[in-house]
Each structure stands twice: as structure tokens, then as C-alpha cells.
Ligand binder design. Structure first.
Ligand SMILES: Nc1ncnc2c1ncn2[C@@H]1O[C@H](COP(=O)(O)OP(=O)(O)OP(=O)(O)O)[C@@H](O)[C@H]1O
Length: 770
């Protein structure tokens, strides 16, 4: 009997499953039909454009050959674009919402109803309702021939409910669907019901519900060396930030993995969509490291915004300067602090004397030999420097004061009492002297146009730096800084110094380059197609950065890490900008957060802030987040961890070094490579970076070794964190840096303890015990 019941239940399950499968297949083929229509429409648009162009060419009504060529190029690009849509985007169309009738029945410019709330009576008393509108959401908007929306751009207001709607506050949304596709093929659908209590009908049929949650599927995917967009699964609290109006400062805090970087990138795409004229080429995203730039730079192109945004590492913000070196924490602390500003102001002026400055000036004027001695010259220089203008701008003033001094020395002033005659004489005296080769050569040597590099180099002389830094830096700081400046190459902190020096020294006026018109500004009739650029994202970003001194919107990622000098550098690029600042104080590697906050407030000025907090950790499973929370409690007592959204059941693993550190780390990395499909990151203290790379030789390119500071913002399927104590002891901010290291894994974490970690019997290091 029992066996028969069991068999019946099993049969029921099989038939349930097959019913579910056929339902799923039906829904998928429905979505496939829609996607086919979308592609047919896109192809039609291309043909239309081609026809228009040919027709216009035949009738010669388009005007100049230039205009024709431009159209030709647009059609060509549109063709390439279609090709890319087919080949590159896995999910051109990724979402759908089924909605109740809206309150006021008004339609917006995208052809969708604008009301957020359902109309009275849209739900009947017996809790049944009819779906009044279905919207498909994709990477760009596509209209059909009747101007009805086939696809709504994810950034359009009509798409907001796809992200914002929740069962607690569903608005008009009954069902929210994520569609998975590759190229032209729909692979699957996942639904969430926002009004589970309703029985809803779509064209007379009961609304189907498939699958169990798209977010979890997205989070569980293996990680590669590049970040993916999250456009199909943006969560409500993230959507609020992405769509926040670009007024003044949007200030976002959130713990590790809460999507700050993802949100920052999607916000850039949103702003472009909102106001392309204002923002095309005018958005700067400042990232902490070149590694994070490389990790994230594919996201905007995947959102259809190729080459529109400059993403730059903080060490690459100054043209012609690229940071390749790291400073020790002590040197970084000196170079990055506000005190450096005072040193630089002195150095910029002092550097004038640092070159082989000529000790005397000899000229012949009006047939007489005139001479200024060292003491005279020093007086003139000090007088010239008493002006407040940038040093390079003071050169004309110095030239004039030299001529004054020579004029006085010539005694001519007292010889002529007639003011008109005296003025005339003075003017020909100036002309005479100033055109003399000796005078010109003297001025060039005595008041050269200083470059930031020359001043930085002058600062590498300990004696000189000591003079300029008197009562600002202590002798140890002077010695270490001068020594660090002697190395070949620049550090991130040097780049901020160069930028500051540029501002202190001033740039004599040079003609400005003309900014090319964005072709998109001229694009008409093809609005439904995204722009395609022939330049690569990087090339265009480079060019834009070179042409631009200031930006319309500045987005700062990992803002907690900017030093005061770096805030000044970034601030100069956004004097009139609106800002989005994202960060997490608990992850700050800067030693003096109060000083950095002061610099940040100075850079952002008095602009009002709109504050947002992201609270959910989408990266780490609960098991890893729990361990990291122990370090957070030490690093920033009292601050709250974001809540992890999923759990894997796999606890962090603790390994203790038996023979050599190299062997243990290599073995643990190899073990993790076996366990995960994607990437493995091995995080070590900064001074072990080089050797750690050697430890991993031959393990393949799914595994990388990183210094603790390089791990900022990155993530891996699995990580090995090597010697927490070493990382924590590296700098005054070491515990916060360790917190960063421990929060990089999406699936598995192994902690390798060395002796210094004082592991207990289970291998748990002192720092990570309860
Ligand atoms: N809504 C979402 N849907 C799917 N994945 C998401 C979502 N939000 C965030 N993620 C993923 O979670 C991970 C962490 O996001 P991100 O790197 O932007 O976080 P973060 O706050 O910048 O972290 P950290 O402060 O540690 O650098 C990424 O893989 C991101 O794609």
C-alpha cells in the first residue's frame, strides 16, 4: 500500500515536472517570438536608413557630399552594431514586466503608460485582475512601426518598476520576469510575483510563473577577470542611487560587495541616457587601481556606452604620468597628507634657486656696462616672489623688476626731470636691454619655466627638501621621502603631487584644442540604434581626458581611499561638476580618515549631499561575511556589516604553514582551482607581491597573486588570504586593509596562517578568533 502511494506520488511529481517543463517551453517560445520581432525591426531600421540614403543620393536632396558621407557612415555603423547585437550581447533583451492598468491612462514618450499606481478597480473584488500592459526591458529602446514600444531602454522611466517593484510595494507590477538569452536565442526565463495574492489573466490565460529567482542565479555564476553588468537584476535600493537626479553630490556608502562599483557604472550609463548632450564625454570615473579599471571597463560598453566615459585609475589622472611604483605606508602617509601642500608651495618657489642659477647679471645699455650682483638679484627675486600668482606666471613680473633694478643702476632716472622724456627714455632702455642675448639667456637660467617634474626631482635632494619642509616634516620623513623620490618612476602619490605642482606653478596660456562634436548629437532618424564608435573605449577615454580639463560629472569609486592630496587633484577636475561619491569608511587604507574627510569636503565644496546606504552584500556568502565581520569589529568597532544575501554551506578553511609558506600557499591555491570554475585570487602583504607571483608559476591564468592594496574592488570565485597578521601590521590602516582582503571571494575562502598569526589548534589565526 505504502509502496503504491509512494509510486503515485512519484508519478505525480514526474507529471508535475513535465507540465512545468512544457509551461516553461511555452513561455520561452513566447519570448523568442518577441525577440524575433525585435531583431526584425532592427534590421528593418537598417534597411530603412539605407533606403533613405540611397533615395536621397539619387534625388540629390540631402545636400553636401559631406552630409551624404556622414549618413553613409551612420548606416555602416548601424550595420556593425546589429552585428554586435547578434554576436556579443548575451542578453540584449533581459526583462519584462506585466502591469495592471495605470491610474490616469497617460502615456509617456516611450509609448508606455506613466502611472506608477494601479487604477481603482484594476483588481476585482475576488482578487482577480487583467494584465493591461506588458513591457519588455532591454539595453536600448526599440519602437515598432506604430511607435509602440517593442523594447524599453532599461534607463527609461517606464523601466524603473522593473527594478523598484517589491512584494511590499508592488505598484502596478504583477509579474517581473528576467529573460536569459544568447545572441538571438532565448535560453530561459525566471519570474518573481510581486502580487502573489492575485490571480491575474493575460489575454484570457492565467499568468504563468516560472523558476525561482534571477538574482540568486546571477550571484552564483563563476567570476572571470572582467566584471559583468547587473542590468537584469539591479535591486531596488541600488536603483534609487542609479536614478538619483544628478544634482550636487550623490553620496553612497555601503559595505563590501553591496554593489557600489556596479551602481557607479550603471549610474554613468543612466546619466548619459538622461542627458547625452551634457554628459557624452563629460563623465569621469576615478578608480583606485589600474587592475580595477581593467576589471570594470567592459561594463559600460556592455550597456551600450562605448567610449563615452573616461574611467581612470587615480595614478593615471595626469597626462604623461603613469604610476608604476608603490610607496611604503610611511612615505605614502607623508606624500598624501595636507602637510605636503605646504612643502610643495615652498618647493615650487625654492626650485627656482635649485638650478645652476647665475650669480650676476651683466648687460650693456645705452653704451654703458651695467651689473647686478648676487645680493641685488636675491632682492629682486624675493620681491618678485612676494606676488601670489603661480610661479611660472611671475616670470614677466621678475623680468620687469630686473629692468627696474638695471634702470636704477644706470642712474638715468635722476638725470631727466621731464616725465615724458624720462618715460620715453625708459621705454627704449627696456627695449634695448630686453633684446640683448645676455639678458635673455640670463632670464632663462635665472627664472626658467618650471615643470612639475623638475620640482619633484629637486625634492629628491634631502638637504633641499629639508629646507623646504622645515617645521612641516620631521627629519625622518624628509629622509624617507627624498629617498623614495630618487627611484626611477612614479607612485600614485607622486602623480597627485605633480598635479598640485602644476597648479602651483601655473601653465602659461596655450591654445585650446577644439572638442569634436559627438556624432550622436547629429544622429537623427536612428535613435533606436546605439552609437558605434570606431575608436576603442580606451582610446577615446584617453583622448577625452587629454582634451578635457574638467568634467560635467565626476564619479569617485572607493572614495574612502583618497588622500587629501588626491582629493585636491580630483577636485580640480570637477570644479563645476555634479558628483557621485561611493565608498566604505571601513575599507579605508588611508591612515588619517579625518584629514581625508576634510579634503573631501573641500573638493565637494558646499554642494548639498544626497546620502544613500547600500545594505546587502551580493558578493560574499554568509559564511565568509561572518568571518570578515570579526575583523570589522576590530577595525571599526560599532560599525555594521552588510547582510549577506546567500549562503553556500562552505565554511572558510584555515591552513597552517608546515614547511614553507610558498608550498602551503601553492597547495591551497591548487586545491581551490580544482573546486571552482572561475578565478582564484591569492592576497598577500604588499612586500610579498613579487615572491607570491613566483609561488604560483605554472598554475595557469585562472589564479593571480595580489598585494593587499591591489585587491581593492576586485573579486574572485575563491581567495587565499596569506598571513592576516602580516597584512594587518603593514600600516596603521592594516586592519581595514585585511577586511578588504577577506571580502573578495564569491564562493570560497582559505586563510593561510604563518607563525606570526599565532594560529590555534584548528589553524584559526589570533585575529580571526571570537
Ligand atoms: N543587483 C545585483 N545583481 C547581481 N549581482 C550584483 C548585484 N549587485 C551587486 N552584484 C554583484 O556583487 C558583486 C559586488 O559588487 P561591487 O563590486 O559593485 O561591490 P562593491 O560595493 O563595490 O564592493 P567593494 O566595496 O568590496 O569593492 C559584483 O560581482 C556585482 O556584480
Amino acid at each position: 500500500m505504502a509502496a503504491q502511494a509512494q509510486q503515485e506520488t512519484a508519478l505525480d511529481a514526474v507529471s508535475d515536472k513535465s507540465a512545468q517543463d512544457s509551461l516553461r517551453d511555452r513561455e520561452i517560445s513566447g519570448e523568442q517570438a518577441h525577440l524575433d520581432r525585435v531583431y526584425r525591426r532592427l534590421e528593418e531600421k537598417i534597411r530603412e536608413a539605407e533606403f533613405l540614403m540611397n533615395d536621397a543620393a539619387k534625388r540629390g536632396q540631402v545636400g553636401t557630399p559631406g552630409a551624404l558621407a556622414e549618413r553613409d557612415a551612420q548606416v555602416f555603423r548601424a550595420g556593425i552594431h546589429l552585428n554586435r547585437l547578434n554576436n556579443e550581447f548575451e542578453d540584449f533583451l533581459f526583462g519584462r514586466i506585466d502591469l495592471l492598468l495605470g491610474k490616469d491612462g497617460q502615456k509617456g514618450p516611450d509609448g508606455a503608460y506613466t502611472a506608477v499606481e494601479p487604477a481603482d478597480g484594476s483588481v476585482r473584488d475576488d482578487n482577480t485582475a487583467d494584465i493591461a500592459e506588458t513591457l519588455h526591458i532591454g539595453r536600448i529602446g526599440v519602437l515598432d512601426t506604430e511607435y509602440a514600444p517593442l523594447v524599453i531602454d532599461w534607463r527609461a522611466p517606464a523601466a524603473a518598476p522593473f527594478y523598484r517593484s517589491t512584494p511590499v510595494d508592488p505598484g502596478r507590477v504583477v509579474r517581473r520576469r528576467v529573460i536569459r538569452s544568447k545572441g538571438r536565442r532565448v535560453l530561459g526565463v525566471e519570474d518573481d510575483l510581486m502580487r502573489p495574492e492575485l490571480t491575474a489573466f493575460l489575454d484570457g490565460d492565467k499568468l504563468a510563473v516560472i523558476g525561482d529567482g534571477a538574482l540568486m542565479a546571477a550571484l552564483g555564476q563563476a567570476r572571470s577577470h572582467t566584471m559583468r553588468d547587473i542590468v537584469a537584476s539591479i535591486q531596488a535600493e541600488q536603483d534609487l542611487v542609479i536614478r538619483a537626479p544628478a544634482a550636487s553630490v550623490t553620496y553612497v556608502e555601503g559595505g563590501p560587495g553591496t554593489g557600489k562599483t556596479a551602481v557607479a557604472l550603471h549610474r554613468a550609463a543612466y546619466l548619459l541616457y538622461q542627458d547625452r548632450r551634457r554628459y557624452a564625454g563629460g563623465i569621469l570615473i576615478v578608480s583606485p587601481t589600474p587592475l580595477l579599471v581593467a576589471y570594470t571597463e567592459g561594463v559600460l560598453p556592455s550597456l551600450g556606452e562605448e567610449g563615452q566615459v573616461a574611467i581612470r585609475a587615480i595614478g593615471s589622472l595626469v597626462d604623461g604620468a603613469e604610476a608604476t611604483l608603490y610607496d611604503s605606508p610611511a612615505v605614502a602617509r607623508t606624500k598624501g597628507s595636507y602637510r605636503m601642500l605646504r612643502v610643495l608651495r615652498k618647493a615650487a618657489r625654492g626650485a627656482l634657486e635649485a638650478n645652476e642659477s647665475p650669480a650676476r647679471l651683466r648687460v650693456v645699455a645705452f653704451g654703458r656696462r651695467l651689473e647686478l650682483e648676487a645680493a641685488d638679484l636675491e632682492r629682486v627675486r624675493q620681491n618678485a616672489l612676494s606676488g601670489t600668482a603661480p610661479v611660472n606666471m611671475l616670470r614677466p613680473r621678475a623680468r620687469k623688476l630686473l629692468l627696474d633694478a638695471l634702470w636704477e643702476r644706470s642712474g638715468s632716472a635722476s638725470r631727466h626731470t621731464d616725465p615724458e622724456l624720462a618715460a620715453e627714455l625708459r621705454s627704449s632702455f627696456d627695449e634695448d636691454v630686453a633684446s640683448e642675448d645676455e639678458f635673455i639667456a640670463f632670464l632663462d637660467a635665472w627664472w626658467p619655466e618650471l615643470t612639475p617634474r623638475a620640482v619633484l626631482e629637486a625634492m629628491s635632494d634631502e638637504r633641499r627638501l629639508g629646507r623646504w619642509a622645515r617645521r612641516i616634516l620631521n627629519p625622518g620623513e624628509v629622509r624617507r621621502t627624498a629617498r623614495a623620490l630618487k627611484r626611477d618612476g612614479l607612485s600614485v602619490h607622486d602623480v597627485a603631487i605633480l598635479d598640485e605642482l602644476q597648479a602651483i606653478l601655473g601653465t602659461p596660456a596655450r591654445p585650446r584644442k577644439r572638442r569634436d562634436l559627438d556624432p550622436l548629437d547629429q544622429l537623427t532618424g536612428l535613435e533606436e540604434l546605439m552609437p558605434v564608435r570606431e575608436e576603442t573605449q580606451r582610446e577615446r577615454a584617453e583622448r577625452l581626458a587629454q582634451e578635457r580639463v574638467e568634467y560635467a560629472h565626476v564619479i569617485v569609486d572607493e572614495a574612502q581611499d583618497l588622500t587629501p592630496m588626491q582629493w585636491r587633484m580630483v577636485g580640480r577636475r570637477g570644479k563645476h561638476a555634479t558628483w557621485t561619491v561611493v565608498g566604505d569608511p571601513a575599507q579605508s587604507s588611508w591612515s588619517d580618515p579625518d584629514e581625508a574627510a576634510e579634503a573631501r569636503d573641500e573638493a565637494l565644496g558646499s554642494r548639498p549631499r544626497r546620502r544613500f546606504t547600500l545594505t546587502v552584500n551580493y558578493r560574499n556568502p554568509a559564511e565568509i561575511a561572518e568571518l570578515a565581520a570579526k575583523v570589522l569589529a576590530l577595525a571599526m568597532p560599532g560599525s555594521e556589516s552588510p547582510s549577506a544575501v546567500r549562503s553556500t554551506g562552505v565554511k572558510p578553511r584555515f591552513a597552517v604553514v608546515r614547511n614553507s609558506l610558498a608550498e602551503s600557499v601553492r597547495a591551497e591555491a591548487a586545491r581551490l582551482l580544482d573546486q571552482v570554475d572561475g578565478t582564484v585570487g591569492v592576497v598577500v602583504a604588499m612586500n610579498r607581491r613579487e615572491e607570491a607571483r613566483r609561488w604560483l608559476t605554472g598554475l595557469g591564468d585562472r589564479v593571480v597573486a595580489l598585494g593587499s592594496l591591489e585587491a581593492k574592488g576586485l573579486e574572485y570565485d575563491a581567495t587565499v588570504v596569506v598571513s592576516p597578521a602580516e597584512i594587518a601590521d603593514e600600516s596603521p590602516a592594516g586592519l581595514r586593509v585585511l577586511y578588504v582582503a577577506l571580502t573578495r571571494a564569491t564562493q570560497q575562502l582559505t586563510v593561510v596562517s604563518a607563525e606570526r598569526d599565532e594560529p590555534d589548534a584548528n589553524g584559526v589565526p589570533d585575529l580571526l578568533r571570537d
